[in-house]
Design a protein around this ligand. Sequence first.
Ligand code: URP
Ligand code: ZN
Ligand code: ZN
Length: 467
Amino acid sequence: MKTLISGGTVVNSTGPIAADVLVEDEIIIAVTTSGSSLSVSWGEGADRVIDATGLLVLPGGIDGHTHMEMPFGGTQSADTFETGTRAAAFGGTTTIIDFAIQSKGSTLREGFERWSSKAQGNCFIDYGFHMIMSDVTDSSLKEMDALVSEGISSFKLFMAYPGVFYSTDGDILRAMQQAASNGAMIMMHAENGIAIDVLVAQALARGESDPRYHGATRPAVLEAEATHRAIQLARVANSPLYIVHLSATEALGEVVTARDKGQNVFAETCPQYLFLAEDEMARPGFEGAKFVCSPPLRPESYQRELWRGLRTDDLSIVSTDHCPFCFKEQKELGVGDFSKIPNGLPGVEHRMDLIYQGVNRGEISLARWVDVTSTAPARMFGLFPKKGVLAPGADADIVIYDPSDTRTISAKEHHMNVDYSAYEGLPVTGQVKIVLSRGSIIVENGCFVGRPGAGRFLHRGLNAFLE
Ligand code: URP
Ligand code: ZN
Ligand code: ZN
């Protein structure tokens, strides 16, 4: 099957060029000057020619932080691997890396197998796994080595959620030492959960039970403190560190300091911290629960600093932390007690469009948009150069994007399996037109033509920033 994508502006993380993309079966064969003799002859023999005149042609988005079918707070995140990967594809994301969970008392392998059985045969796009380590023991540390060789090359630990996912500093240090020896990346949920639990209990005792107290009891300083501590532990272990879902300027400052000293510390932020502010949690009635996630939304003034961090590469990646819970019946579990609201926001469908608004507003360049949403995640999580770039030999995961189409985000139109949108009513300019996953069209002009089970498990390598 030969495909020619002609006349578009190809945008890699190196910048935009006028070029044609030649695809054979699942793989990109060439990216060549528009109208070159190679592309003309390829077009003559092609089974399919896609006219991308006036459109952008990008490597498919890679969302390195999702939670499909994740048990949390007595319920489960509302998107399955089927609904979640379909929604992701609509938004121009062609790879997700989801978090498999090791439950306390179980092995890492049991977690990996449980998540594999949920995902296998159900994903519309390619997928990989990070592993959440909830139980750091001699045997789970040994298991890390085996999983790295099976393509699970990153492990998330939590400084938050005592009694659930929480790890002590000693556990964290041991996991980091293991990562230093096997090449894995330690990902950190950096919030001081022990101190937060004290503040939560005190707030509830005062009768402060509304959603806005979720934010008030998770102050930015406790994110910064945990970020600082994680960085120092990684320094002692001599391991790289990746801070997930960074929300606070104060935490960003810790990352900047470490990076300026030459430490291999990386961080991601998420669209919710770039577009939504803490006052959302104080909406009337229980509406604020729609915006409860951890770390919480921050003051609006923080957004400017996060965009700056993306420009300067102190923030390497934008992932969604997609963890959707319906307002009805799921978020409502926390009526009368904010600490029982399941934490997380939906977002996998809108990441590419939202971050493109940063291009429209002059916050980041086109090239940087592609970098933070595709190329950097591919390099960070061992998928480059099969993913994250339009170049010969890469998988033909391709998004054809109309930079000038406008619309308004609404739950009425989204494809995520959740009854609200955190971005309801937000106007966006820019829209996915066509999505190819390994050479097959899966989205075309708003219609979905993908096949469940077409998505493959990705055996990931090691972080390419450290090579
Ligand atoms: O609120 C959040 N972030 N929910 C998902 C779980 C996590 O900590 O990433
Ligand atoms: Zn987390
Ligand atoms: Zn998460």
